[in-house]
Design a protein around this ligand. Structure first.
Ligand code: CA
Length: 223
C-alpha cells in the first residue's frame, strides 16, 4: 500500500512517515499543495493523508482539485481546527474522513485502513485467507496454518498487495508502484527477489506458495 503524506511541517512529516513505514506502508511526502496535486496525478496512490494547513494551496483546495480531475483516491484529511465548519468543508470538498490534530497514531492507522477498505478496491476484511495462507491485515502478520511467517515489513506489504489482488495478473510495474516508494529503482529486479523470498518462506512453513509467474506479464495469486 502506497500512501502520499502531505504535510509541510518537516518534523511532523518525518515522525508520521516513519510510523507508517514501520506499519509496512510505502510513503511519499509532499510538503506543499501544488506538489501534492502533481504527485497525486503522477502516481496511483492507495490513499492520501492530507493536512489542511499547507503553503501555496491549502488542503481543501488540493482535495477539490484532485476530485475535479476524476481521481477517487481515498483521502484522510488532518485538521488543526476543531471547528465543525472546517470538518464539514473537508468532507464537502471530497475527503473521505478527517482527523483533528493532535491525534493518536493508532486512530490514524484505523481510519486509514477504513477509508482504503471503503475505497476503490473491494477489499480488505481484517482477515484474508488464500488456501492455507491467512493474513491479519490489522496486525500485519501472515501465517500458514498455525505457523507464523517471519516476514520483513516489505515482504509482508508485497504479500498483502498480491493477496488483495488475488486472481488478477499483476505486473512488476504495478507491484513496484504500490509496494515501494519513489526512491526505489524501477529497473532493478527487486520485485522478483522479494517474490522468491516470499515463496521460500511460505514453503518453509509447510505451505504451497499461491504466487504464480505469468511469463512476460507478471505475477498472479491463485486462491
Ligand atoms: Ca501544516
Amino acid at each position: 500500500m502506497r500512501v502520499l503524506l502531505v504535510e509541510d511541517e518537516p518534523r511532523a512529516a518525518e515522525i508520521l512517515a516513519r510510523g507508517l513505514r514501520e506499519q509496512t506502508y510505502a510513503v511519499d511526502v509532499a510538503s506543499d499543495g501544488e506538489a501534492a496535486i502533481f504527485q497525486a496525478a503522477a502516481t496511483d496512490y492507495d490513499a492520501l493523508i492530507l493536512d489542511v494547513m499547507l503553503p501555496i494551496k491549502d488542503g481543501m483546495a488540493v482535495c477539490r482539485t484532485i476530485r475535479e480531475s476524476g481521481n477517487a483516491v481515498p483521502i484522510l484529511m488532518l485538521t488543526a481546527r476543531d471547528a465543525v465548519d472546517a470538518r464539514i468543508e473537508g468532507l464537502d470538498c471530497g475527503a473521505d474522513d478527517y482527523l483533528v490534530k493532535p491525534f493518536d497514531f493508532g486512530e490514524l492507522l484505523a481510519r486509514l485502513r477504513a477509508i482504503v477498505r471503503r475505497g476503490r478496491q473491494p477489499i480488505a476484511a481484517e482477515r484474508v485467507t488464500i488456501g492455507a495462507l491467512t493474513l491479519d491485515t490489522r496486525a500485519r502478520r501472515a501465517r500458514v496454518g498455525a505457523r507464523e511467517l517471519a516476514l520483513t515489513a516489505k515482504e509482508y506489504a508485497l504479500l498483502e498487495y498480491l493477496v488483495r489482488r488475488a486472481g488478477d495478473v499483476v505486473t512488476r510495474a504495478e507491484i513496484a508502484e504500490h509496494v515501494w516508494d519513489e526512491h526505489s529503482d524501477p529497473l532493478s529486479n527487486v520485485v522478483d527477489v522479494y517474490i522468491q523470498r516470499l515463496r521460500r518462506k511460505i514453503e518453509e512453513a509447510g505451505g504451497e506458495p499461491p504466487i504464480r509467474t505469468r511469463r512476460g506479464e507478471g505475477y498472479q495469486v491463485i486462491g
